[in-house]
Structures are given as structure tokens and as C-alpha cells.
Design a protein around this ligand. Structure first.
Ligand SMILES: Nc1nc2c(c(=O)[nH]1)N[C@H]1C(S)=C(S)[C@@H](COP(=O)(O)OP(=O)(O)OC[C@H]3O[C@@H](n4cnc5c(=O)[nH]c(N)nc54)[C@H](O)[C@@H]3O)O[C@H]1N2
Ligand SMILES: Nc1nc2c(c(=O)[nH]1)N[C@H]1C(S)=C(S)[C@@H](COP(=O)(O)OP(=O)(O)OC[C@H]3O[C@@H](n4cnc5c(=O)[nH]c(N)nc54)[C@H](O)[C@@H]3O)O[C@H]1N2
Ligand code: SF4
Ligand SMILES: [Mo]
Length: 913
């Protein structure tokens, strides 16, 4: 096998390389120019949006445009390791192959498993699936897409007979009504949001409705925000269906020609949600709001429903997606310009994973275990010696089987399940017990790599080649523009090496292009128009054409050689009858209910500038600045009732088997509905002592899709009784494991630590000797100078060497009012005399506290913006942009600027009044 990764990159020129963003499923095209590669472990690149890419036409959000700042090798895994020892690749690969073989011989094929990721490139994913299902002979390969898209997949399959997203992004611009359900598009899919915002600006008659129990940044675009009770979406959409029938607004000719099951679905909806008063009550909306929504739906044929995790991550997520699809079928709103049920995917290659059959209950190329002919087709195509015959274990069951000792060896690739799986502590325990845990990751320290027996260093974005498929079926190339660490290897290479060591033929690919051709050929193999996923026109693509492949939307076959924008334009579906299926929906509430002991619904999700478990985005100060500490959002009235103050530390306790508590800072905000709290999903043990919110989410799943109910656990919230609290900014990494609460925040040249010690513990910071050990930790050396201040319950210090701050800290019964952003600036260059004088005050009179960052691109803080609005009498977001540049680069903060503007203007009016 030619090892493509070992050859050095021939084309490190100043020519721009086109690639695709590593983050979300919008799949934006990028142009990368290598600017300085003199230091191979910290290559400098310029990242611009690719104007020719149909997903973004040149725009990038804040995460995408900062991607170049995260490609240095800091924190990378640098060599294969077995039981903590660095070893050669040969040694590590033999260890994996031998153990897998031994387990299979002794316990059977189902005693091994792969847990992979929607962030793998299609080629890696294809090989992983082929190895497990065709050669090892088990379907125990599942993926983090189970936590993400599984419900949407089953919803589409039930309705259309295939996992087919019918729409294009363009439909969002052509629609007259966009209903955004359970999606914080402004933060999670910012470029799609910006496309909608631009279209709405051009055609103000276009209407946007947001359905979300929180008032999110996305609501800034909304003509109507339905702040529904958590988990009640199916009631809402059943209600719409019965209203449309009652108003005779259904398209009966479409229903008759192209669908089945309408009467039953309608009957169900009418009995259950035919009464508007009842729907209003169940969804906690007013009748007027409901009426307004129903009428908008009735009156706008060109309607797109855009839905995401607020729908999918539910114990009845499949039904919710079918409740939405029912409405589109009843009105014929599918397959034409400006309409359709559009499940927007999260990960950059969630769709590619679905295409190769990466879930345990799929076969490759949109085939299924349920169909024996499909098993035979794939088996013959692969010349598979041990073709799996039935579904494997879905993620939650898979880790349960690890826990039960039924799975004895597991290979985890490109995902961090110890953080992201529900009942995360149980996953941790399961891996601790497992005989062999293999983890392929690009980073050395993650919560999951810490559990591994074998670590395999992976190449990552920028260093690898392959394809990804975005939310609207567009296949784009990711291209290599830098070399990774010497010992890191692409995931497909690792998988092929293990396959070959296990004695399997068919894994001797010479390049990723070879894998892609095989994948494309399988999609067309004995297809004859029976399967939606068909890219057979690319089955014989040359290496050169693959290298130059332009973005294209599948299907790409004889009938659609240049791809296809919309599916189902002809009203033909992939079901047995060729007709789309209505599904009768009986709405179910979330399985966990609040009670007097656990009075709050726990909702979880994303922040604008962080990606999942922060292994990439957590590296840069710029992306940390938007939201720096772990928070729990709570409505003001709830906070008052609980006697809690904004900014204090609180403890969250849930109902999982493993007692775990999350400690977070309270953010009192009326964006939160009463009765529920919101915690971001991002924090891990690498960044916080007790921030893993998934440890509070019970592993309750949708019975059809196996997707966990990550949006709805129940918790109690109690004050954290801090005896001591502290803030330290330090150029050295500190071990604060002795503190009950700590949170590490990446600064430019330092880390900031917020920490606290619980009451009833020894008050260690009182004692002089302890203080001295602190100075040692902080790197006090002979030439360093220490400033200190100690009085009563307050202890402050600074360590300075060569007139530069090494550390500055404030520890005490309470933290004085200090200005963290100013303190951070003192690290930037040599200390000025004034700065030195005020260092232990923690703020400098006259120096401005810019407040928390709103615009990450230009580092503009909230206080600066509020001040500019008031002093310069700014009245529009554009004016803020002109005055401060805020919002003028990537535009990700525009929704927040709009909100700040409104709030500041309202406050000014109230002041005058
Ligand atoms: N910045 C950023 N962007 C990302 C990611 C990231 O980590 N960071 N991850 C990517 C991935 S993999 C994914 S899957 C997507 C997810 O993208 P989204 O689904 O848009 O993001 P979430 O924040 O998980 O959840 C969306 C919303 O669902 C709402 N919700 C909760 N319960 C309900 C309910 O019962 N009904 C309704 N209607 N809404 C509810 C929440 O309040 C939340 O605002 O984001 C992608 N983009
Ligand atoms: N409570 C709660 N939990 C959730 C969610 C939620 O909304 N709420 N959302 C769920 C959803 S939708 C998702 S998608 C998951 C995401 O959760 P995860 O998939 O667990 O999170 P990531 O941080 O994306 O993990 C990717 C890992 O792969 C590594 N990596 C990066 N590039 C490469 C590469 O090229 N090769 C290899 N081998 N490794 C690489 C990264 O360093 C990182 O450790 O979380 C789920 N969990
Ligand atoms: S919207 Fe942002 S994160 Fe998503 S693909 Fe585009 S640039 Fe990347
Ligand atoms: Mo996701």
C-alpha cells in the first residue's frame, strides 16, 4: 500500500486551496492560502470563504473563519501508545488486530464494536463500515450520529421509503414562510441563518416562525416566536394538520395521487389536537399565537420547515419529524421550489455517514438489513466473507453491552463519548471495565483518550483528503493543505492496516480516490432506480478529476449527471407503492417529568463559538471570549423563588444512575422560560471540574431511532456553598484538582482559572505555607518578583519576571470586583508602571472594562457596544458596524447586536420616562 500520509506535501505554494469547513453541516467552501510554513507545527494560513461554493458563496461564520487559528500542533497526539507507552505503529496495529481476533475467536463476532463519527470523511467511514459489517461480520458499528440525526433518518424513511432530504438551501431563499423548529440556526448553522436573513431583507414579506422553548438568537429574525412547552411539538403539528383540514386548505389531488394514509393520520390529529384551546394549553401558548401560526401555514404554499435537535433529541423524535412531514404531504409542499421538510444536519459529514451506512441498523449505500436482497447485494459487491445478517447495537445499547461485559473490545474513532453520550458516567465506567479500548483521535488529552488502552494518533482537518456531504446533499472535497505530525495517520489508513492484519482482502486501497470510486460504484450496483442514493456517475472518476471535484448534490447518475437540486419533484417515492406515507401521530411527552424534588427541566445544546467537546475551538482565546465560563441559564422568577443570585455558583443534580453534580455559574435571563434551565453541552474534564452535563441526562431513547432525549432531563438546582473562591491568570498550566469547582479559560498567552472550595473543608488559603506552595505552582523563580496583599479574608498576588506578568490571582471569601479583560491585557507586553501599580487592585481607574466579547472577529465587548449606542445615538446594526466594526466580518454576532441594540434603546426610553 502506498502510504499517502508519508509523502510530503508537494504543493505548499501560495496558491489558494479549496476545501470544506471542518465544523457544521452547512458545509461551507473555504479557500486556504498557506502564508508561512517555516514552522511545520504552527503553519500560518489565511482562511477565506469560497465564493464559488453553493453553500456559502464566500461567507464564513466565526468558527469557520477562525479555523486557521486551531491548526497548530499544541495538544496533538504525537505517537501510537499502548498502555501509556509510546510504541511503533506496527506494534500498536498488531496489538489491536490481535486482540480483536482473540476476542472474536473466544466470544464471537458480536463481542467487538466500533463507535465512530459524523465527522469522519466519507472514505474513512466507508472503510470502517465495510470492515465491521462485511469482514468482521457484525453490525456493531454505530456513530455519534445516533445522538444527532437518527430520528430524522427514521422519519424520512417512514414517510418516503428512503433517508432522503428533499430540499436545497436555495429553497430557504425562495420560501414565503420558514418554520424553524428546535433549531438555534443563528448559532448552530450561522451561514444558513445569514442566507435566510438576507433573503428576508430583500423580500420583507417573507415570514419566519421560530418554535423553541427558549428565546434564542435565532428569534431576532422571527415574525413569531412560539415559546412552546418543552417536548410538545407533535401536539402543535397535529393541531396544524387538523386546522388545515378544517379550513379546506389541504391539497387533495396531491394527497390522492402521491400519498397513502391521510385519513387515519388526520383522524388521529383531529381527535387529539382538533381543539385549538386544548393545543394552546398543552403547548403553553396563547390561542392568538396559535391562530396566527395556523393562518401563516394555511396561507403560504411556499413553506420550508427547518428542524434540528429540538425535534430529534427526544424519546418521540421520530414521531415529531413525521408530524412535520405529514403537514408537507397534506399540502403538497415538497419537491418544488421554496418548500419541503428540511432536517438540517449538524456535523460536517452526518450525511456522508448515512450514505455509507454508518449506523448499526443500516447497510451501505442506503440499503437495509430488513431486506435480504440488500444484504446479498452488498455481500456480493464486497466479496464479503462474513457478511453481517442483522442490525447491530445502537450507541446506548452498545455502551450498555460494554458495561455488561458482552462487548470486550471497542474502537472509538473521531468522537468523545465519555462527554457526549447520555449517562456519561456510566459510559466512563463501562470503558474502565472493557478489556480493550482503542481510541483514534488527533488530540492527546480528551475525556475519552484518558480511558484508552491503545491510542492511535489521527491526522485531522487540513491534513487529510476526502469528501463530505452537507445538509442539502452537496458532496464537497476536503483537501489537504498542511502536513500533520510525523506519526499521525489518516483514519482510513489505520482501519485498512488493522483489516489487513486480520487477514482480510479488499483493504489495499492506494488512495482515498480509490475508496471513493468503490463507494460510488456500490451506490449504482444493481440499483436500477430503486435506491435514492446513487452517485454512480462518479464510479470511474480519475484521480485527477477526484482531486478537482466540484461540489455536487446527489443523486449524480445517468439521469442527473450534474446532480439534482430537489427530490420527489415527480411525486414518486421509494416505498413499496411508490407513494409517500402519512404516519398517524399520538404525541408523547418527554419521559422524565419534573416533580417536587427535581423541579426543573434540563435543556442542553450549543453555544455560538464552541464546537462540541472543545478539542479544537477551546484552543483559541478568540472563540473562548464569547462565553467563557460554564453557565446555567434560569428565568429571573425561578431564581428569585430559589433565592439565587445572578453570577453565583450553583449545583445541578439529576436522576441518572451515577450520582454526579454539575457546578456552573448562574445566568439569570428572561430568554429562558420558567421551569426550565439550559446548560451548554461543551464542557469536559479538560476544562472544568464538574461541567459534563451529559452525566445528568438519563439514557432514555426513542424506541424507533434509539436517539437519546438529550434535550429533556430533570434536575434540582442548589446553591454551591463556597468557602473560598478564586481567580488566577497564569502563563503556567495549573493543577486545581483539589478545588471542588474549577473552570479553565483559554487566554491569549495565559489560562484563566475560576475556582472555588466548598464550605466545611479546610480553609487552605489561610495558611502561609499553602500560599507558598501556590507560588511554586505558579512558577516563581529566582528572578521573579512577587507582589502580595493579604488582609482578613482577602489574598492577592502577582508574579512578575523580566517585567512581564507570569501570574496574578485573587483568592478569598469572595472575589472583589476585578476586570478580567484588563488583567488579561497586562500579559500582552511588558508591564507599564501604571498597570503594575493597579495589578493587585485588579482594575485600573480610567481603563475601560470592555465587558464580555460579543463580536469575536474584532474582539468587541458588550460594554463598548452599549456605550457606543448611547453616546453616538446609534439606531441600527449597520451603524454599530460603522462605528465599531462589530458584526462586519463574519456576521455571526448580528443577532446579538440586534438584541443589544433593542435593549439599550428600550432602556434609554425607560430612563427618559
Ligand atoms: N456553534 C456550534 N454550532 C454547531 C455545533 C456546535 O457544537 N457548536 N454542532 C453541530 C451539530 S453536530 C448539531 S447536531 C447542530 C445542532 O443544532 P441545533 O439543533 O440548532 O442546536 P441545539 O443548541 O442543540 O438545539 C437547538 C434548540 O432546540 C431547542 N429545544 C429544546 N427542547 C425543545 C423542544 O421540546 N421543542 C423545540 N421546538 N425546541 C427545543 C433548544 O432550546 C435549542 O435552542 O449544530 C451544529 N452546529
Ligand atoms: N447533552 C447533550 N449531549 C449531546 C448533544 C446535545 O445537544 N446535548 N448533542 C449530541 C450531538 S448532536 C453530537 S453530534 C455529539 C457530538 O459529540 P462528540 O462527537 O463526542 O464531540 P466532538 O468534540 O466533536 O468529538 C470529536 C473527537 O474527534 C477528535 N477528532 C477531530 N478530528 C479528528 C480526525 O480527523 N480523526 C480522529 N480520529 N479524531 C478526530 C476530536 O479531537 C474529538 O475528540 O454530541 C451529542 N451529545
Ligand atoms: S456555518 Fe460556519 S461552522 Fe458551519 S460550515 Fe459554515 S463556516 Fe463552517
Ligand atoms: Mo450533531
Amino acid at each position: 500500500m502506498t502510504d499517502a500520509n508519508l509523502t510530503s506535501l508537494s504543493c505548499q505554494t501560495k496558491e489558494a486551496i479549496q476545501t470544506t469547513c471542518p465544523y457544521c453541516g452547512v458545509g461551507c467552501g473555504m479557500q486556504i492560502t498557506v502564508q508561512d510554513n517555516s514552522n511545520p507545527s504552527a503553519v500560518k494560513v489565511k482562511v477565506l470563504g469560497d465564493k464559488s461554493h453553493p453553500a456559502n458563496f464566500g461567507k464564513l461564520c466565526v468558527k469557520g473563519s477562525s479555523a486557521g487559528e486551531t491548526i497548530d500542533f499544541a495538544g496533538r497526539m504525537l505517537s501510537p501508545q499502548v498502555n501509556g507507552e509510546a510504541v511503533s505503529w506496527n506494534h500498536a496495529l498488531d496489538a489491536v488486530a490481535d486482540k480483536f481476533q482473540q476476542v472474536i475467536d473466544q466470544y464471537g463476532r458480536d463481542a467487538v464494536a466500533f463507535y465512530v463519527s459524523g465527522q469522519l470523511l466519507t472514505e474513512d467511514y466507508y472503510v470502517a463500515n465495510k470492515l465491521m459489517k462485511g469482514f468482521i461480520g457484525s453490525a456493531n458499528i454505530d456513530t455519534n450520529s445516533r445522538l444527532c440525526m437518527a430520528s430524522a433518518v427514521v422519519g424520512y424513511k417512514r414517510a418516503f421509503g428512503a433517508d432522503a432530504v428533499p430540499c436545497s438551501y436555495e429553497d430557504l431563499e425562495l420560501a414565503d414562510l420558514i418554520v424553524i423548529i428546535g433549531s438555534n440556526t443563528a448559532w448552530a448553522h450561522p451561514i444558513v441563518y445569514q442566507r435566510i436573513a438576507a433573503a428576508k431583507k430583500q423580500r420583507p414579506q417573507m415570514k419566519v416562525v421560530v418554535v423553541d422553548p427558549r428565546r434564542t438568537a435565532t428569534c431576532d429574525l422571527a415574525d413569531l416566536h412560539l415559546q412552546i412547552a418543552p417536548g410538545t411539538d407533535a401536539m402543535l403539528f397535529n393541531g396544524v394538520l387538523s386546522y388545515l383540514a378544517q379550513q379546506q386548505a389541504c391539497d387533495f389531488s396531491y394527497i390522492k395521487q402521491h400519498t397513502e394514509g391521510f385519513d387515519k393520520a388526520l383522524q388521529h390529529a383531529q381527535i387529539l389536537q382538533g381543539d385549538m384551546n386544548r393545543v394552546a394549553k398543552d403547548c403553553a401558548l396563547s390561542v392568538a399565537e396559535l391562530e396566527q401560526f395556523y393562518q401563516l401555514v394555511r396561507d403560504n404554499q411556499k413553506m420550508v420547515s427547518l428542524y434540528s435537535q429540538g425535534v430529534n433529541q427526544s424519546s418521540s423524535g421520530v414521531d415529531k419529524s413525521n408530524a412535520i412531514i405529514n403537514l408537507h404531504l397534506a399540502t403538497g409542499r415538497i419537491g418544488k421550489e421554496g418548500m419541503g421538510p428540511f432536517s438540517i444536519t449538524g456535523q460536517p459529514n452526518a450525511m456522508g455517514g448515512r450514505e455509507v451506512g454508518g449506523l448499526a441498523n443500516q447497510l451501505a449505500a442506503h440499503m437495509d438489513f430488513a431486506n435480504p436482497e440488500h444484504i446479498d447485494t452488498v455481500s456480493r459487491f464486497w466479496q464479503a466473507p462474513n457478511m453481517a445478517q442483522q442490525n447491530g447495537l445502537k450507541a446506548v445499547d452498545m455502551f450498555q453491552a460494554v458495561n455488561d461485559g458482552k462487548i470486550k473490545a471497542i474502537w472509538i474513532i473521531n468522537t468523545n463519548p465519555v462527554v457526549s453520550m447520555p449517562d456519561a458516567q456510566a459510559v466512563r465506567e463501562a470503558l474502565q471495565k472493557c478489556e480493550m479500548v482503542v481510541v483514534s483521535d488527533c488530540m492527546q488529552c480528551t475525556d475519552t483518550t484518558e480511558m484508552a488502552d491503545v491510542l492511535l494518533p489521527a491526522l485531522t482537518w487540513g491534513e487529510i483528503d476526502g469528501t463530505v456531504t452537507n445538509s442539502d446533499r452537496t458532496i464537497s472535497r476536503q483537501r489537504r493543505f498542511i502536513n500533520g505530525p510525523n506519526q499521525a495517520r489518516a483514519d482510513w489508513w489505520q482501519l485498512c492496516q488493522v483489516a489487513q492484519r486480520m487477514g482480510f482482502a479488499g483493504f489495499d486501497y492506494r488512495s482515498v480516490a480509490g475508496i471513493f470510486r468503490e463507494h460510488a460504484a456500490l451506490s449504482g450496483f444493481e440499483n436500477n432506480g430503486q435506491r435514492d442514493f446513487d452517485i454512480s456517475a462518479l464510479a470511474r472518476i480519475s484521480d485527477e478529476d477526484y482531486q478537482n471535484l466540484k461540489p455536487m448534490q446527489w443523486p449524480i447518475n445517468q439521469a442527473n449527471p450534474q446532480g439534482c437540486k430537489r427530490l420527489f419533484a415527480d411525486g414518486k417515492f421509494y416505498t413499496a407503492s411508490g407513494k409517500a406515507q402519512f404516519i398517524p401521530i399520538t404525541p408523547q411527552l418527554p419521559r422524565n417529568r419534573t416533580d417536587s424534588e427535581f423541579p426543573f427541566v434540563l435543556n442542553t445544546g450549543r453555544l455560538r463559538d464552541q464546537w462540541h467537546t472543545m478539542t479544537r475551538t477551546g484552543k483559541t482565546a478568540k472563540l473562548m471570549a464569547h462565553r467563557d465560563e460554564i453557565t446555567v441559564a434560569m428565568h429571573p422568577q425561578d431564581a428569585e423563588k430559589q433565592n439565587l443570585q445572578n453570577g453565583q455558583l450553583v449545583v445541578l443534580l439529576g436522576k441518572t444512575q451515577q450520582a454526579y453534580r454539575v457546578i456552573a455559574r448562574l445566568d439569570v435571563t428572561d430568554q429562558q422560560a420558567k421551569g426550565s434551565v439550559f446548560v451548554p453541552m461543551h464542557w469536559t474534564r479538560q476544562f472544568a471540574s464538574a461541567g459534563n452535563v451529559d452525566a445528568l441526562i438519563p439514557a432514555i431513547t426513542d424506541p424507533l431511532s434509539g436517539q437519546p432525549e438529550s434535550k429533556h432531563a430533570v434536575v434540582k438546582v442548589e446553591p454551591f456553598d463556597a468557602q473560598w473562591q478564586g481567580v488566577i491568570l497564569s502563563t503556567k498550566t495549573l493543577d486545581l484538582s483539589a478545588a471542588h469547582y474549577w473552570n479553565r479559560i483559554t487566554g491569549k498567552t495565559f489560562n484563566r482559572y475560576e475556582f472555588a472550595i466548598e464550605a466545611n473543608e479546610s480553609s487552605r488559603f489561610n495558611e502561609q505555607s499553602e500560599v507558598e506552595t501556590w507560588f511554586e505552582k505558579l512558577g516563581k523563580s529566582d528572578n521573579s518578583q512577587v507582589l502580595r496583599y493579604q488582609q482578613n479574608d482577602q489574598f492577592r498576588f502577582a508574579v512578575i519576571a523580566d517585567n512581564r506578568v507570569q501570574a496574578v490571582g485573587f483568592i478569598g471569601k469572595y472575589i472583589p470586583k476585578i476586570e478580567r479583560s484588563w488583567l488579561g491585557e497586562t500579559f500582552a507586553k511588558e508591564l507599564e508602571p501604571l498597570q503594575r501599580r493597579y495589578l493587585l487592585a485588579g482594575k485600573m481607574s480610567g481603563a475601560k472594562d470592555v465587558g464580555p466579547t460579543v463580536c469575536s472577529c474584532f474582539g468587541i465587548g458588550l460594554n463598548t457596544i452599549v456605550e457606543a449606542i448611547s453616546e453616538q445615538k446609534l439606531t441600527s446594526v449597520e451603524a454599530i458596524g460603522q462605528a465599531l466594526k462589530a458584526g462586519t466580518n463574519c456576521g455571526s454576532c448580528v443577532p446579538e447586536l440586534t438584541e443589544i441594540l433593542q435593549q439599550t434603546l428600550t432602556a434609554a426610553v425607560t430612563d427618559v420616562a
